[in-house]
Design a protein around this ligand. Structure first.
Ligand code: FMN
Length: 252
C-alpha cells in the first residue's frame, strides 16, 4: 500500500496516479483498479462484447444497498440505439441549451472551496485541449461531446424508481463506482456523465422511460484512446488531513 504518505497524510502523488493508468491495460487488483480509474473523454471505436458488460455489471451489483433493495436499473446501448440517443440529445441540447435538469446535481449557487476546485478542473481540461479561457464556442463543443458519449462504443444510462428516497441514491453512487472499478478489470475505461440528464426529455423518449422511473446519470464505456490529450488529465485530491478529522488516536 505505497500510496499514502504517513507523515503528511497526502494522497497518492499525481505521478503515481498517472503511472497507474496505462490505456488498455487491465487492472489486476483493487488498488490498481482504484488508482487507474479516471474519467476518460476520448474512446476508440472498438466494440465491447455484451458478455463482458454483463459480467461487469454482475460484479458491480455486489455493491451494498440499504436492506439490499438494489435500486439500480441500467440501460446498455450500442449501435443504432446508441446513435439514435446521441442524435436526440444533441438536437435537444441545441434546441434548449438552458434546459433545467430533473434534479440538481450541483448547487444552485456555487461556493468555496468547491467553486475553485470545479474551476481548476475546467481549466486543466481545457488547457490540455488548447481551449482558451474566452473560447466559449470550443468549450460548448467540448461539452457537447458528452452527448456523443465521447465516441465510446457503449453508453450506459442509469435510472431509478422515482419514489425511492435519498438513501437509495447513496446506494446508487456505490454501484456506479463499482461499475467503474469493474470496468478496469477488463481493461475498459469510463466517464460518468451527469451532463446527459440535462436533455432528459430526449433521453426519456429514446429509452421509453415510464413516468415512475427517474434518470440518474450516464456513463461512457469503452477503451481509452492513448493518443488523446484529454486522457492525460490526472486530477488532484486534497490530502487526508484536509477532509478527515481523527479523534482518540493521540498526538501525531
Ligand atoms: C456522478 C458524476 C457525474 C459526472 N459527470 C460528468 C460529465 O457529465 N462530464 C464529464 O466530462 N465528467 C463528468 N464527471 C467526471 C468528473 O469531472 C471527474 O470524476 C472528476 O473531475 C475527477 O476526475 P477523475 O474521475 O478522472 O478522477 C462526473 C463524475 C461523477 C462522479
Amino acid at each position: 500500500m505505497p500510496m499514502i504518505d504517513p507523515t503528511s497524510g497526502a494522497l497518492v502523488s499525481p505521478e503515481v496516479a498517472a503511472s497507474a493508468f496505462v490505456a488498455g491495460r487491465a487492472a489486476s487488483g483493487l488498488v490498481d483498479a482504484m488508482l487507474s480509474r479516471r474519467s476518460v473523454r476520448a474512446f476508440k471505436s472498438d466494440p465491447v462484447p455484451r458478455e463482458v458488460i454483463a459480467d461487469m455489471l454482475a460484479l458491480a451489483s455486489r455493491a451494498p444497498s440499504g436492506t439490499n433493495i438494489q435500486p439500480w436499473r441500467v440501460h446498455v446501448l450500442t449501435g443504432a440505439p446508441l446513435e439514435s440517443l446521441k442524435q436526440a440529445m444533441l438536437a435537444s441540447a441545441a434546441r434548449a441549451p438552458e434546459a433545467k435538469p430533473p434534479y440538481n446535481y450541483y448547487p444552485v449557487k456555487w461556493f468555496e472551496p468547491f467553486l475553485s476546485r470545479r474551476r481548476a478542473l475546467g481549466w486543466d481540461l481545457y488547457g490540455l485541449l488548447g481551449i482558451g479561457k474566452a473560447d466559449r464556442a470550443r468549450m460548448a463543443e467540448q461539452h457537447a461531446r458528452n452527448f456523443l458519449f465521447f465516441d465510446a462504443p457503449v453508453g450506459l444510462v442509469f435510472t431509478i424508481a422515482r419514489d425511492l428516497e435519498l438513501g437509495s441514491w447513496l446506494d446508487y453512487g456505490m454501484f456506479m463506482q463499482n461499475v467503474m472499478l469493474a470496468a478496469r478489470a477488463w481493461g475498459l475505461d469510463t466517464c460518468p456523465q451527469a451532463a446527459i440528464v440535462y436533455p432528459h426529455e430526449a433521453v426519456r423518449r429514446e429509452l421509453e422511460l415510464p413516468d415512475d422511473e427517474s434518470l440518474v446519470c450516464g456513463m461512457a464505456l469503452g477503451y481509452a484512446r492513448a493518443d488523446a490529450p484529454e486522457n492525460t488529465l490526472v486530477t488532484p485530491r486534497e490530502p487526508v488531513s484536509g477532509f478527515a478529522a481523527f479523534r482518540g488516536f493521540g498526538p501525531t
